[in-house]
Design a protein around this ligand. Structure first.
Ligand SMILES: Nc1ncnc2c1ncn2[C@@H]1O[C@H](COP(=O)(O)OP(=O)(O)O)[C@@H](O)[C@H]1O
Ligand SMILES: [Mg+2]
Length: 475
């Protein structure tokens, strides 16, 4: 029994052994298959990883933003195509160099602090910070710097993505400046408009009285009239700035403005200053009011004179420019001087009414405000470049009146207005004094007037509005 049992045990032990061998065999086969498959997978995965890496590298390389990596000591280790374009250095020129080469003087301590924060795992973001190009010029970037970790999670480097926002900032500044001037214009225009009405009353009644008095009283009246005249020229300039003054527009050749201006102006600007006028060899026609174009040139040349106390040259030039910004063909008037130039602060506020750097008796601060208003009104643009100690250039762009060019000489008969012959004129004006005045003037010029208070007319129909720029009062 014992043997049997032991034989049975042995048998079952054999069977178990045999089964174990089978299983063992199966295991090895399986293990082989798994190994093979997994090495295939690894191969596939690693080529996928390589592809992904290549793709990422291409994206980084071709990004228009600068992507720059550095060690935690601030030594540049990677430099993409965007960085090359923005900074002007090739990768070969900057890799291995300190990152302070890209920063303005004195930025060292700030950088040290930033690298410490990065080493501690912080991300750093700056919306507007200054960088230096290869040629030494500065520009503004928005930047995000992130810590780069190794497989063990230790921060080993820093990577920055930088975007050049200089143009964006300039555009924002331009539109803020334009908005500021626009609101100043509304304020100034409102005051000047009402003030002008009052002045018209003062001047005209002074004239009526002057017709009836003699002697000392007449002299006094003349003084009143003079003062009112001066006040009116000031409000007139303000209205020009505010674009509230309606005008007669005609086709004018800018060349004529410059050529005829030359005669008058060269006498005005003194002996130490040479005025050079260069006219374009073809017509430069614009749709504008001739008197206002003269005023633009006069203001710019007088300012140039004031900026050259020890003499110099002022050049006024016309041409037709084809530009991309603003796009199209433009009639261009350029006035440059070799004067003092101006600071950035002055440049910033130049066109504001009453902004002047001159003594009270020399500057009103209305010259460039007027120019700005006239140019804007004519659908144009004005730009200024100035360098302290070198000089200043004003550039005015006006839309070319191309289809009108041919008719340049035929326009403008220049006849004075004819007196009336008893025609009936409806005088609509809400200011009673102004209405009375207009009525009186029209009556004295042979018209029959029907005065109407504007407020009595009720709401106006949209189709019957007066033309833009045309002010109240039908005179
Ligand atoms: N050509 C120029 N060169 C230097 N500064 C100028 C020039 N033109 C204008 N400016 C500056 O702009 C300011 C404003 O000019 P403007 O509006 O004509 O007023 P005003 O001539 O009465 O001061 C001047 O006071 C001056 O500081
Ligand atoms: Mg001036």
């Amino acid at each position: 029994m014992k043997r049997l049992v032991s034989a049975g045990e042995r048998l079952s032990a054999y069977a178990i052994k045999a089964a174990g061998a089978v299983i063992g065999l199966a295991r090895t086969r399986l293990a082989d298959a798994v190994r093979q498959r997994s090495s295939e997978v690894v191969r596939e995965r690693s080529s996928e990883v390589v592809r992904e890496r290549e793709m990422l590298a291409a994206i980084v390389e071709q990004s228009s933003d600068a992507v720059i990596a550095s060690t935690l000591d601030g030594i540049i280790t990677a430099w993409n195509g965007g960085a090359e374009r923005i900074y002007g250095y090739t990768a070969g020129e900057v890799i291995g160099k300190p990152i302070t080469d890209l920063l303005p003087d004195g930025a060292g301590p700030g950088l040290r602090l930033a690298l410490d924060r990065l080493a501690a795992g912080e991300q750093i973001q700056q919306d507007e910070t200054i960088r230096v190009r290869r040629d030494g010029t500065t520009f503004v970037v928005s930047v995000i710097v992130s810590p780069i970790r190794d497989a063990a999670g230790v921060v080993v480097a820093a990577a920055a993505t930088e975007r050049d926002v200089t143009e964006h900032l300039q555009a924002r500044e331009r539109s803020a400046r334009a908005a500021r001037l626009e609101s100043l214009g509304q304020l100034a225009g409102g005051v000047a408009h009402d003030f002008n009405n009052l002045l018209a009353i003062i001047m005209n009644y002074a004239d009526f009285v002057a017709e009836e008095v003699t002697g000392e009283a007449a002299d006094d009246l003349a003084r009143i009239r003079d003062a009112a005249d001066r006040a009116r020229s000031l409000t007139g300039q303000l209205l020009l700035f505010a674009k509230r003054e309606p005008t007669q527009v005609e086709v004018v050749d800018l060349n004529d403005v410059v050529v005829q201006g030359e005669e008058l102006l060269s006498r005005t600007i003194g002996e130490d200053i040479r005025l050079v006028c260069r006219r374009c060899d073809r017509p430069v026609p614009v749709h504008a009011n001739r008197g206002r174009l003269d005023q633009i040139l006069l203001n710019l040349v007088i300012n140039a004179r004031d900026a050259m106390p020890t003499g110099g040259v002022v050049v006024a030039e016309t041409d037709i420019a084809q530009l991309t910004d603003p796009p199209g063909h433009w009639a261009r008037l350029t006035v440059s001087d070799t004067g003092t130039g101006m600071t950035a602060e002055v440049r910033d506020r130049l066109f504001e009414p009453f902004f002047t750097t001159k003594p009270a008796d020399q500057g009103t601060g209305l010259g460039l405000a007027t120019v700005y208003g006239i140019v804007g009104d004519a659908g144009g643009h004005i730009g200024v470049e100035s360098e302290l100690g070198i000089g200043t250039t004003f550039r005015i762009l006006l839309p070319v009146a191309a289809d009108e060019a041919a008719r340049l000489d035929d326009d403008a008969t220049g006849e004075p207005p004819r007196p009336g012959h008893g025609e009936r004129v409806l005088v609509v004006e809400d200011d009673e004094q102004v209405r009375d005045l207009v009525v009186r003037l029209l009556d004295s010029h042979g018209y029959r007037t029907v005065p109407v208070d504007e407020d009595d007319l009720g709401p106006r129909e949209p189709g019957r509005r007066s033309a833009p720029g045309h002010r109240r009062g039908a005179a």
